[in-house]
Design a protein around this ligand. Structure first.
Ligand SMILES: [Zn+2]
Length: 377
């Protein structure tokens, strides 16, 4: 192919891609005419590209517009089931699999039992086997699978080859290869909070900057600046769980004292009271004094944490993870406590609750392949 031909082909691809992305990012379906007018393309160009995209099974018809006399205009949208991606989260509570279509809708989901693994090599085999049975169980077509994203509560090396530290999984300096080597599909590995934050940012209408605070049995987070994750020099940005909020305070799993995680993680709640998170919030609703006292302490430290994040980054702070599933009734109180600490603001309106609760990390890591696909069309 000559250079000129390559340029023309690439330009044609860009046009096709702009039409696909226009439909992908639209909330509603559109007619040919709307596409041509909004993208400043000629009708024949739009027609030609749409024909190709429909033939490839990537765009579908979505009914017709009300007739204004003459032929009714066809509505078009993306074929959301044309491909799918799988997200897997590896936690001390087991493996969680989610398959998501191109619209990030869950099409299948499965959870395994708590991991009783002595060798990290076993996790790799188990993951690959469970993945295959997940695909079989839900009749998912492997030829439409874009890739498998894996999230871990771990600090992962910038070159994505090693797990540096994963306190809740009791792992340190382990090669990622041991976990992914048995998987026969494209694989992408990411920190769980980073993935969850990415999914939240993608689903937010403004898609501007945000900090994401991930409350699970450990506490992590993510920073997204105008849509791009900010990883930090050592891949440790958003490690909000290890901000010190009480000098010489409660011991943290990282080995230090007084970390935010030691106060606000779900593990703190269940360890202190010896109950599950569900039981805790049920008891809290029934105003059990012991639970209320602990919860006040959680909220107090959570408010310190979110106010510190707000002071450092001056953007929305989104709360996600396991605890976020139960947070809604307590958000006004949390906003009040955070506002009390704030030098510049009298309310805590910047504090938001997540859009995805349980599946944020798995959806977020699957989104890596979905976005890659959308950009490649
Ligand atoms: Zn810590």
């Amino acid at each position: 192919m000559t250079n000129l031909e390559a340029t023309i082909t690439e330009r044609r691809r860009q046009t096709r891609n702009s039409i696909y992305q226009y439909l992908f990012y639209s909330d509603t379906s559109h007619s040919k005419l709307e596409i041509a007018s909004d993208l400043s393309l000629s009708l024949p160009t739009v027609h030609q590209n749409l024909t190709e995209l429909i033939e490839a099974g990537l765009i579908r018809r979505d009914g017709t517009y009300q007739s204004t006399g003459g032929r009714r205009a066809m509505r078009l949208t993306i074929a959301e089931y044309a491909r799918f991606a799988v997200g897997v989260s590896v936690t001390d509570n087991g493996l969680r699999f989610v398959a998501a279509n191109l619209r990030m809708q869950e099409i299948a989901c499965k959870k395994t039992e708590r991991l009783a693994i002595s060798e990290i090599d076993d996790v790799g085999r188990l993951l690959a086997n469970e993945l295959e049975s997940f695909l079989d169980e839900f009749g998912l077509n492997r030829s439409s699978l874009l890739g498998v994203g894996i999230t871990l509560p771990a600090v992962i090396d910038p070159d994505n080859e090693n797990i540096r530290l994963a306190p809740t999984l009791h792992l340190k300096d382990i090669s990622l290869k041991k976990i992914i080597q048995y998987i026969n599909y494209p694989v992408y590995v990411s920190n769980d909070a980073t993935s969850a934050g990415y999914a939240e940012w993608f689903s937010s209408p403004e898609q501007s900057s945000m900090a994401y605070l991930f409350l699970e049995s450990g506490v992590g987070g993510a920073v997204l600046l105008k849509g791009a994750p900010y990883f930090g020099v050592n891949q440790r940005s958003g490690e909000f769980g290890h901000m010190c909020v009480e000098p010489n305070g409660r011991p943290c799993k990282c080995g230090k004292y007084g970390c935010l995680e030691a106060y606000i993680s779900s593990a703190r709640i269940s360890d202190d009271l010896g109950i599950s998170i569900e039981e805790f919030f049920k008891g809290l609703q029934n105003k059990k004094p012991e639970y209320e006292a602990l919860w006040q302490d959680v909220l107090k430290h959570l408010a310190i944490g979110v106010n510190n994040i707000r002071m450092a980054l001056d953007c929305d702070v989104v709360i996600g993870g396991l605890i976020a599933m139960y947070m809604e009734p307590y958000m006004p109180e949390l906003r009040r406590l955070a506002a009390q600490l704030n030098t510049f603001e009298t309310n805590g309106d910047y504090l938001k609750l997540c859009h995805y609760s349980r599946s944020a990390a798995t959806l977020g890591v699957a989104l890596h392949f979905i976005r890659e696909f959308i950009e490649s069309i």
